[in-house]
Write a protein that binds this ligand. Structure first.
Ligand SMILES: [Zn+2]
Length: 309
């Protein structure tokens, strides 16, 4: 597989403080692990380009984005709090436009046949960002912006979004909950943050709740039983992954006990579906993962699977 790796050093300029787990070091720890293992050189590397306003406004209303921009402090001023643990700083929206722009660029590479699949090593993450509410370390919904780009610029009709972050992708559900062309499959610890949208009230939303303490075997069985039939019926033309690695057993936030091998396994499962229905088209986007070592090793296994190794 030709795997494209899209990132940008300026995604690291968004900094919510030295105590904050969603830190710039998350990106550098993944890069270092890929370099150590030699996998870095086997990927095609691209810089993210900033998303355009038009691309963002397909998902988030202009007034909401304006209010985020207006709340940004100037350089040297105190960070502004959006929710209990989400802070906006002078470079936050710049990093957010690069994170969303990476997904747009990755989407184009796939649909122009310039790569088989893509991993976007970006932050801030996106899956908690609802249409008109930023929360849970997320400002713009990166994956949703990519999905709309595929649909509106390339005529893709049926899309699947697969989200294995330990937290439920409430933002993605909010954006696509009444859209039968977008299937959202999400596994998450339950009951747990974000405490909303965890009931499957919509036919296109496949919620796969996991108990605290859930292990590899339970995770794999639940994913196979709930996601595969839905994906087979949906027959997606393209698949996006919200790749959060905070369901790892060493992660300080979640209480789910997955290992790197489970992220490899679930990636292979998604790639099998992509191979069957959509010519391997997969765009994967970093979401959570807060223990730097397990994040780096899990992302490494995920990318190894994307590469077909
Ligand atoms: Zn998470």
């Amino acid at each position: 597989m030709i795997t494209s790796y899209i990132s940008h050093s300026e995604c690291m300029l968004h900094d919510m403080g030295p105590w904050h787990p969603e830190s710039p070091h998350r990106i550098s720890s993944i890069n270092q692990q890929l370099e150590r293992s030699g996998l870095f050189q086997e990927l095609m590397h691209y810089n993210a380009r900033a998303v355009t306003e038009e691309q963002v406004y397909r998902v988030h209303p202009q007034a909401h984005v304006r209010s985020l921009e207006l709340s940004q402090p100037d350089e040297g001023e105190t960070l502004v709090q959006i929710d209990d643990d989400t802070l906006i700083g002078p470079k936050t929206m710049h990093a957010a436009t690069l994170a969303a722009g990476a997904v747009v660029r990755g989407t184009e590479q796939i649909l122009k046949n310039q790569a088989d699949n893509v991993f976007c090593a970006v932050r801030p993450p996106g899956h908690h960002a609802e249409r008109v509410e930023s929360m849970g370390f997320c400002f713009l919904n990166n994956v949703a912006i990519g999905v709309e780009h595929a649909r509106q610029n390339f005529g893709i009709k049926r899309v699947a979004i697969v989200d294995f972050d330990v937290h439920h992708g409430n933002g993605t559900v909010d954006i696509f909950k009444n859209d039968p062309d977008v299937l959202v499959c999400s596994s998450f610890q339950h009951p747990f943050y974000p405490w909303r949208f965890a009931d499957s009230e919509w036919d296109n939303i496949i919620n796969t709740p996991l108990n605290s303490g859930c292990n590899s075997l339970e995770f794999r069985k639940k994913v196979e039983d709930s996601w595969l039939p839905a994906l087979q019926i949906h027959r997606p033309e393209m698949i996006f992954i919200s790749a959060g690695f905070d369901a790892h057993k060493d992660d300080p936030m979640g209480e789910v006990n997955l290992t790197e091998e489970d992220f490899y396994w679930v990636t292979k499962l998604i790639m099998d579906v992509a191979g069957t229905y959509c010519n391997n088209r997969v765009v994967s986007v970093l979401e959570g993962g807060y223990d730097l070592s397990s994040l780096a090793h899990s992302a490494h296994k995920h990318i190894e699977a994307l590469k077909g190794l």
